[in-house]
Design a protein around this ligand. Structure first.
Ligand code: NAP
Length: 323
């Protein structure tokens, strides 16, 4: 549905600040579950706002975040992490009393630190992070199923309004997610090892391969199925987004990188000294983690990392455009 009301409308007006992969997927999933009376949005460039209108992702588009936030009951910051603080400052005076302000940023402590000071007392700020994504960017990359069965972590401040937290939990559940609540610092530690360091390794190994002198570029691409290909997929992720993640989760990433380096040294020693038992033990341990991921429903056991089953873009529904 779009632009109208229904029994299940959870928020009369939702404002998406930033309409890329995550913003557009939220819109698709909102439409699917008829959660919003209307969805409005803003982006950095007019071209993105126009595309979002054309795709029916938003009912009204605005040039500035401050205009988009006016009269919204739920405002979701869907921009790169480093912009959340400045945008919170910009929209501060547009936020209506009782509104819920949240975000989807991949780092939480820095966002809470940067956003909270700009939130008026009568507005409820509850930071969040859907643990779901792809290497694609932009308004055309979103799809309604992105959050299905995936976790969304909320990191409310200890004095956050309980009803606002529960409403946001219900919203993410209606988008298809499972919701967990934790402290922002703990989120950052967990995500450093499950997401941030793996992306860093992918960026690094792809660049290492690109700079090899004894292997040609065409050989790297031709024989990429031997494991390298999956790193190239991760390393195709948006550079702005990932620059901001590492600038804003420095401590936890450096902590996890230190541990990673120690473990890598152990593997290096085992290879150097022909210690097959150690290699076998470490590889067996790692393999059992993969089984756990599949058993927890966070991936399928299908070859190719189950990607074919999880990436089905949904045709956008038509929206009644007001602008
Ligand atoms: P994206 O596809 O690159 O989209 C970013 C959006 O932010 C674009 O619409 C961009 O507008 C807009 N934007 C940039 N600067 C802006 C500004 N000053 N004011 C208003 N809008 C602005 O990024 P994404 O993948 O959706 O990521 C968005 C957030 O979600 C990030 O914080 C990221 O950490 C988090 N996240 C990402 C993933 C993932 O896998 N991608 C998963 C979970 C969470 P233009 O198009 O006009 O430039």
């Amino acid at each position: 549905m779009s632009g109208g009301r229904s029994e299940s409308v959870m928020f009369e007006r939702i404002a998406l600040i930033g309409i890329g992969l995550i913003g557009s997927s939220i819109s698709h999933a909102c439409r699917r579950a008829s959660l919003a009376g209307s969805i409005v949005g803003s982006a950095r460039t007019p071209a993105t706002v126009e595309t979002a209108m054309r795709l029916g992702l938003i009912d009204e588009g605005f040039v500035t975040a401050a205009e988009a936030a006016v009269d919204a009951d739920l405002i979701i910051l869907c921009t790169p992490v480093g912009l959340c603080g400045p945008i919170a400052k910009e929209i501060s005076r547009s936020l209506k009393p009782g509104a819920i302000l949240t975000d989807v940023g991949s780092v939480k402590a820095a966002i809470v630190r940067d956003v909270a000071p700009h939130v008026p007392k009568d507005v409820h700020f509850v930071a969040g992070h859907p643990i779901a994504g792809t290497e694609q960017s932009g308004p055309e990359s979103g799809f309604a199923e992105l959050f299905d069965g995936r976790w969304c972590i909320l990191t409310p401040e200890p004095d956050a309004d309980g009803r606002a937290v529960e409403k946001l939990r219900a919203f993410w559940e209606a988008l298809g997610s499972k919701v967990e609540i934790m402290a922002p610092e703990h989120h950052d530690l967990v995500l450093a090892i499950t997401s941030h360091v793996p992306h860093l390794i992918a960026y690094n190994i792809v660049n290492t391969a690109a700079h090899l002198e004894r292997v040609t570029d065409s050989e790297v691409i031709k024989f990429s199925a031997g494991g390298f290909r999956d790193f190239t997929r991760i390393a195709a992720s948006d550079p702005t987004m990932w620059r901001d993640v590492f600038l804003n989760n420095k401590e936890a990433v450096l902590d996890m990188l230190g541990r990673f380096t120690e473990d890598l040294t152990e593997l290096q020693r085992a290879i150097r000294f022909g210690d097959g038992d150690t290699l076998f033990r470490l590889f067996s341990d790692a393999r059992s983690i993969r089984r756990g991921v599949v058993q927890a429903g966070q991936d399928t056991a299908a070859p190719d990392f189950g990607r074919a089953s999880g990436r089905v873009p949904v045709a956008p529904q038509a929206a009644s455009k007001k602008v």
